[in-house]
Design a protein around this ligand. Structure first.
Ligand code: AGP
Length: 620
C-alpha cells in the first residue's frame, strides 16, 4: 500500500516529509519521492529504492522549502522505476500529485489526454490524474479564471475527481499557488494533522507523531484545502464541512523498535501484553461472561442471531476460522468464514438474523471494506474486529471491537492474529452465555483467558528450540503445515507466515487431508510441521504424523510440555504450554511465528518488509 505525507507551514518541508516517509515504510513500498515548493518553483526528487536512498539523493540535491508532498509507492501500475515513482507532474509542471489507490478508468482518460497533446512519461495511473487536473486548470484559465486564486485550483481538482473511477488518496501542489496543499480522499485513507501555523496530510497517523496531538480523519469524497493558517474541508455532496478534530493517541500511533532487531520480533514478544489489552475491561466475573462497549446492538437483537458470517483476508481470515470453531462450540450458532474478495460478489442469501463481522488489523483492506459495504447495502448490520483506531472500516462499521494491540508494523501479522483470536473467544463466550452456556462454564473460560498472558510469556521458552529447527531446515524449498480442529487454522497461519517472509513454498492442511493428495509431496526434503498439542484428536494426528514418517518426511512437532511420546516419532519437537484446546491457537501460533522469523533471517530476507507485500492492501 502506498504512503502519502504532506506539509504546509514554516519549517523545512523536506525533513518533515522524509521523517514521515520513514514512518510509512512499514506499509511496504518499492520507490519514494518528494516535491518541495522552493524559490524556483517545485523541486522534485524521486527514485526507486528505499527512503534512505531518497535521503541520500536529497543530500546531494537539496530541495529547500516549507510546503511539500511525499510518497512511498507500492507498484500497482508500472514497474518500480525512478520514472514511475511519485510525485507525478501534470501539464507543463503546473500541477504535482502523489496518489494512493487505483484509478480503474485511467486508460480511457489517458487516451483522451494524449489526444489533447499531453505527453506521458510514466506508465502509472497517477500521472493521468496529474494531467487531468492540469487540463481542467487550463480550461478554467481559458475561461478567465485566475491561476493564482485558490478557488481555481479547487475547482480544477473537483472537476477532475468527478471523472475518476476507482480509489484515491491525493496530495496536490500547484505551481502558481506556493503556500497551498490540497488533499482529496475516496477509498484510500487520508488524515490531517492540525499544528500551530502548520498542517500535515498523511495516509495514517504515524507521520503526525511528535508534531501534533490533533487529527482529522477524512472520509470518502472529502477534499481539504490547507495553507499554513487555514484548513477548509468540503464534501462532494454536502459542501462545506466543519472538521471533526480528534485527539491523536500518540502511543497507538507511535512505534519504536526498542531493543528488538525487527518490528516482527518485537510484536511477537508483545503478545502477553497485547492479549492483556484485548481482554482488559471485557471479562465480567459477576455474570461469567464477556462485555463490550461499542457493539451497538441490544441483547434481544444479539439473541436473535441465528447465523454468523466472518469476512476477512489473509491472517485475519485464519483468525476467523478459529472463531468459527469457538462460536459454534460455545454458542451453537452456525458460522461461515468468507474470503472478503469472494463474499462481496457472491450475493450469499443472508437473513436479518445473520450477523456479519469484518475482521481486519489495518481497517483499510479494500476487499474487506468492500465486503462490509456490500453487506450494509443489503441492510445487514456489520461489526468490525479491528486494530487501527479511526480506520475506515472501524468508522464505517455499525459497531465494533478494537484489538488495542498497538501499531503492528511488521508486514507479517503476529500480535493481531492472537488478539483477534482472543476477541473472538470473548465473543463466543458472550453469545454462549446469552444462550445455553452455564454460569460455571463461563467462569472456567474467564479463568483460562485470564491466565493467557502469563502462559504466552512462558511459551517464549521455545525460542531456542525454534532456532535449532530453523538452522536445520531453512534450505528447504517446500513445507507442509498440518493440524486438526482448532489447530487447523493455525497450520494455515503458520504456512502463510513462512511463505510471506522467507519466500519458501508452504501449504497448510487439515492433518487428515494429507491422504487426499498432499502426501504425494512428502519426501526427505519436505519438512512437515505438525501442530499436535494434547487434545482428544491427538491419536488421530499421530496417525497422520506416522503416515508422513513412513515416507521419510522430516517431522517437526509443535507439542505440549509433558508429552513424553512425541519425541519417539518426530525428528524435532518444539514444546509449548498445555492449555485448553480452544485456547491452543494463541499458544501454538507463537512457535510458528518465531520459526518463520528465524528461517527468514537465515535466508537473508527482509523480515519487516518482505518483497511484493504491503502491510495493508488497499487495492482490490
Ligand atoms: C498477514 O501476515 C498478511 N500481512 C496479510 O495476509 C494480512 O493479514 C491481510 O492482508 C489482511 O490484512 P488486515 O487484517 O489488515 O485486513
Amino acid at each position: 500500500m502506498c504512503g502519502i505525507v504532506g506539509y504546509v507551514g514554516q519549517r523545512d518541508a523536506a525533513e518533515i516529509l522524509l521523517e514521515g516517509l520513514h514512518r510509512l515504510e512499514y506499509r511496504g513500498y518499492d520507490s519514494a519521492g518528494i516535491a518541495v515548493f522552493g524559490e524556483n518553483g517545485i523541486a522534485i526528487r524521486k527514485k526507486a529504492g528505499r527512503v534512505t536512498e531518497l535521503a541520500q539523493l536529497l543530500e546531494r540535491q537539496p530541495a529547500i522549502g516549507s510546503v511539500g508532498i511525499g510518497h512511498t509507492r507500492w507498484a500497482t501500475h508500472g514497474a518500480a522505476t525512478d520514472i514511475n515513482s511519485h510525485p507525478h507532474v501534470g501539464g507543463n509542471g503546473d500541477v504535482v500529485v502523489v496518489h494512493n489507490g487505483v484509478i480503474e478508468n485511467y486508460a480511457t482518460l489517458k487516451d483522451k489526454l494524449q489526444e489533447r497533446g499531453y505527453v506521458f512519461r510514466s506508465s502509472t495511473d497517477t500521472e493521468v490524474v496529474a494531467h487531468l487536473i492540469a487540463h481542467q486548470l487550463e480550461e478554467l484559465i481559458k475561461l478567465g479564471d485566475d491561476p493564482t486564486d485558490v478557488k481555481t485550483a479547487v475547482t480544477a481538482v473537483e472537476a477532475s475527481i468527478k471523472v475518476l473511477k476507482g480509489t484515491y488518496g491525493l496530495g496536490i501542489l500547484f505551481r502558481d499557488l506556493p503556500g497551498l496543499l490540497i488533499g482529496a480522499r475516496a477509498g484510500s485513507p487520508l488524515v490531517v494533522g492540525v499544528g500551530k501555523g502548520e498542517y500535515f496530510l498523511a495516509s495514517d497517523s504515524g507521520p503526525l507523531v511528535g508534531h501534533t496531538s490533533e487529527i482529522v480523519y477524512l472520509s470518502d469524497n472529502e477534499l481539504v484545502v490547507l495553507t499554513p493558517d487555514e484548513m477548509k474541508l468540503t464534501h462532494r455532496d454536502s459542501g462545506k464541512m466543519v472538521p471533526s478534530i480528534q485527539v491523536l493517541d500518540q502511543a497507538a500511533a507511535d512505534s519504536d523498535l526498542g531493543e528488538f532487531e525487527h518490528y516482527m520480533l518485537k510484536e511477537i514478544y508483545e503478545q502477553p501484553t497485547t492479549i492483556e489489552n484485548a481482554l482488559r475491561g471485557r471479562l465480567d466475573d459477576d455474570a461469567a461472561t464477556a462485555k463490550f462497549g461499542d457493539v451497538n446492538l441490544t441483547v434481544q437483537q444479539l439473541r436473535r442471531i441465528d447465523r454468523v458470517v466472518l469476512t476477512a483476508c489473509g491472517t485475519s481470515w485464519h483468525s476467523g476460522l478459529v472463531g468459527e470453531y469457538l462460536i459454534e462450540e460455545f454458542a451453537r450458532i452456525p458460522v461461515e468464514v468468507e474470503y472478503a474478495s469472494e463474499f462481496r460478489y457472491r450475493n450469499a442469501p443472508l437473513s436479518e438474523t445473520t450477523m456479519i463481522f469484518a475482521i481486519t488489523q489495518s481497517g483499510e483492506t479494500a476487499d474487506t471494506l468492500a465486503a462490509m459495504r456490500e453487506s450494509q447495502r443489503k441492510g445487514h448490520s456489520t461489526l468490525a474486529i479491528c486494530n487501527v483506531v479511526g480506520s475506515t472500516i472501524a468508522r464505517e462499521a455499525d459497531g465494533g471491537i478494537y484489538l488495542h494491540a498497538g501499531p503492528e508494523i511488521g508486514v507479517a501479522s503476529t500480535k493481531a492474529f492472537t488478539s483477534q483470536v482472543a476477541v473472538l473467544t470473548l465473543l463466543a463466550l458472550y453469545f454462549g452465555r446469552i444462550r445455553n452456556m452455564s454460569y460455571g462454564a463461563g467462569q472456567r473460560i474467564i479463568s483460562h483467558l485470564r491466565a493467557m498472558p502469563e502462559t504466552i510469556q512462558r511459551s517464549f521458552a521455545c525460542h531456542d528450540a525454534v532456532k535449532e529447527v530453523a538452522q536445520k531446515y531453512y534450505g528447504a524449498d517446500n513445507f507442509l503445515y498440518l493440524g486438526r480442529n482448532y489447530n487447523f487454522p493455525v497450520a494455515l497461519e503458520g504456512a502463510l507466515k513462512l511463505k510471506e517472509i522467507s519466500y519458501i513454498h508452504a501449504e497448510g492442511y487439515p492433518a487428515a487431508e494429507m491422504k487426499h493428495g498432499p502426501i504425494a509431496l512428502v519426501d526427505e526434503n519436505t519438512p512437515s510441521v505438525f501442530v499436535i498439542p494434547r487434545c482428544g484428536l491427538y491419536p488421530k494426528v499421530m496417525s497422520n504424523l506416522e503416515e508422513v514418517k513412513a515416507r521419510k518426511g522430516p517431522i517437526i512437532a509443535i507439542a505440549c510440555e509433558g508429552d513424553d511420546q512425541i519425541a519417539r516419532f518426530a525428528d524435532d519437537v518444539i514444546f509449548v504450554p498445555d492449555v485448553e484446546d480452544y485456547l491452543q491457537p494463541i499458544v501454538t501460533a507463537i512457535p510458528l511465528q518465531l520459526l518463520a522469523y528465524e528461517i527468514a533471517l537465515l535466508r537473508g530476507c527482509n523480515v519487516d518488509r518482505p518483497r511484493n507485500l504491503a502491510k495493508s492492501v488497499t487495492v482490490e
